[in-house]
Design a protein around this ligand. Structure first.
Ligand code: FAD
Ligand code: DLZ
Ligand code: SF4
Length: 507
């Protein structure tokens, strides 16, 4: 007999390791372990979601006739790590080896490969693109731009295709998806589930063991099995998807979810299948229930961005997370872990992250990510923060988004230019600035929005690297046309702001 490992983010019945295993003789191993729960200080909601979903998935497998050796976090003989648990179970069952589906982090891939026992790693076929397919696409290209990858994915899946042509005649409707914050949101938000006994038991465990981690545990309303996740999805497809495109980039002070799907955590843990989700979205378009800009925008995120970033993570290798092309070295300010800040956009984005283990893409990219980049924060610390605080965060998807897209620490593999903006962009896309201690219209002076100061500070200190970038020439021309005294004032005030931040002042 062999052991079949099922990790916390592999909760799919069609997992390759389960497909290859023999239900009559093999034993499934699942384990809640301290190593996985603490390699970064995960948000308590993320841990609770995974443990509850793992327990329910184990029960489902048992119901389907599998023998499952499940270890709870507080079991007295818990070895504390995935490899420790496998070795303990291998001895107990006298197993000939371990079969597993490749994990989503190099850390665990390497640890499993180094075990003193026979191992057999299988590709994770829940993704549409294998490592080989991605490498074949990437080979010989000067730049690995997502848009071209995405078009191939549309052709490969047939999603939103009319014969050989894209539905509606265009591949990408992104320019229709940038409407500023609406006055009113018509969608009631994600479906919320009342904790049952399994979830309650986990919530108590997590409160006792991880209660000090950054993040609010209750109220806890995530779906914790595929049935619930599908209900959640159906609710969103009906009421959220139609406006998803229009307001994809908008941010609101008093609405945390707008029209977003809140499915990243379910997709990444295996409760929802990406192709199934995309097919349902396409059906909504074909039935006339949702417009093309919404459905195309949504499908692009999943078969485009999601597959593309995974391809980059595995192509670039384990050192990707240590890259620091811009040599940024400031410490992550305590505001990221909940300390007070006067910047309303930061306070709101971080506050909702603390409460929900969720923030949407533009909050992650253009508020917390933008600030870290402008302020020159060490990308490794930024990476650790994002990996810890979001319920959908695993290194394969988080690192390319943070190290690459958001912090430009990979020197432009993912982004053709840094995602930076002054306060103006945040003001245009949100209602944050109205109730902020800073004034977004002030470019200098005591009330000046820090994003306005730091934006020019960033461009100035990285002039050698970016002045020649064709997409950034305009920014430098605006800067150079500014009065020399004014430029001096901006740089002095930006430096003073950074110094106050480093000294631990509330900024
Ligand atoms: P929606 O906006 O409703 O989009 C639907 C789905 O599309 C998402 O659930 C996700 O599966 C996929 N998707 C959208 N954008 C991306 C993207 N850039 N990369 C990969 N998939 C994408 N996504 C994660 O799943 N895990 C992360 O740890 C993560 N970290 C991020 C860090 C930064 C700095 C940035 C800028 C983005 C990050 N993203 C991450 C991508 C994106 O922000 C989240 O997928 C999205 O906010 C999840 O919320 P949602 O399900 O409501 O997504
Ligand atoms: C994220 C996570 C946490 C918090 N806990 C566990 C756990 O106790 N047991 C487990 O099998 N998986 C857990 N995970 C998910 C793993 O960290 C994830 O499988 C790897 O990071 C690879 O993506
Ligand atoms: Fe953020 Fe500046 Fe607007 Fe304040 S004024 S909310 S700091 S962008």
């Amino acid at each position: 007999m062999r052991l079949v490992l099922v990790l916390g983010d592999q909760l799919s019945p069609d997992l390759s390791a389960l497909q290859k295993a023999d239900k009559d003789s093999d034993v499934v191993v699942m384990a809640e372990v301290a190593d996985e729960a603490s390699y970064v200080p995960h948000h308590p909601k993320k841990i609770a979601f995974l443990f509850a979903a793992m327990r329910k998935f184990a029960a489902r497998l048992q119901g389907d006739g599998w023998q499952v050796a499940y270890t709870k976090l507080d079991d007295s003989d818990n070895a504390g790590s995935i490899t420790g648990e496998l070795l303990r179970r291998a001895e107990a069952y006298d197993a000939a080896g371990v079969v597993y589906t490749e994990p989503g982090e190099w850390r665990l891939i390497n640890a499993l490969g180094d075990m003193p026992i026979k191992t057999h790693s299988l590709p994770d076929t829940r993704f549409l693109v294998s490592h080989q397919m991605f490498d074949d696409w990437a080979e010989g290209r000067k730049a690995l731009r997502m848009e071209y990858f995405y078009r191939e994915m549309r052709r490969k899946t047939g999603l939103l295709m009319d014969g050989d042509d894209p539905a509606g005649g265009k591949w990408n409707y992104d320019h229709e998806n940038r409407k500023p914050a609406p006055d009113e949101v018509e969608f009631s938000g994600p479906m919320q589930f009342t904790p049952d006994d399994v979830v309650e038991e986990v919530l108590e465990l997590v409160a006792a063991r991880f209660g000090d981690n950054f993040g609010t545990l209750r109220p806890f309303w995530f779906a914790t099995d595929t049935g619930q996740a599908r209900q959640h999805l159906a609710h969103w497809l009906k009421d959220g998807l139609p406006k998803f495109g229009d307001f994809q980039d908008a941010m609101l002070d008093d609405n945390r979810f707008l029209y977003h799907a809140i499915i990243g955590l379910y997709l990444n843990a295996g409760l929802l299948n990406p192709l199934e989700v995309c097919k349902k979205a396409e059906e909504a378009y074909r039935n006339g229930d949702a417009p093309l800009n919404a459905v195309e925008g949504f499908i692009r995120q999943i078969i485009g961005w999601r597959e593309y970033v995974r391809g980059i993570y595995f192509r670039e290798g384990p050192d990707y997370v240590t890259r620091n092309a811009l040599n940024h070295s400031r410490d992550l300010p305590p505001a990221y872990w909940g300390a007070e800040t006067k910047m309303n956009c930061m306070a709101k984005s971080i506050g909702q992250t603390r409460d929900e283990a969720y923030a949407h893409h533009i909050q992650r990219l253009m508020v917390t990510g933008n600030f870290a980049l402008l302020a020159g924060i060490d990308p490794a610390q930024v990476h650790e923060w994002y990996l810890a605080v979001y319920a959908d965060a695993y290194e394969w998807v988080e690192a390319p988004n943070v190290i690459g897209m958001s912090q430009f620490a990979d020197d432009g593999i993912i982004a053709s230019k840094p995602y930076i903006s002054s306060g103006n962009y945040i003001h245009k896309m949100s209602d944050y600035c109205g109730s902020c201690a800073y004034k977004v219209k002030d470019k200098t002076g005591p009330g000046a929005c820090p994003f306005n100061l730091l934006y020019w500070h960033f461009l100035d200190r990285h002039r050698d690297r970016f002045a020649g970038n064709p997409r950034m020439g305009n920014m430098y021309r605006v800067w150079d046309r500014m009065d020399a005294d004014r430029r001096e004032t901006v740089l002095t005030e930006a430096a003073a702001f950074l110094a106050r931040m480093e000294a631990g002042e509330t900024v």
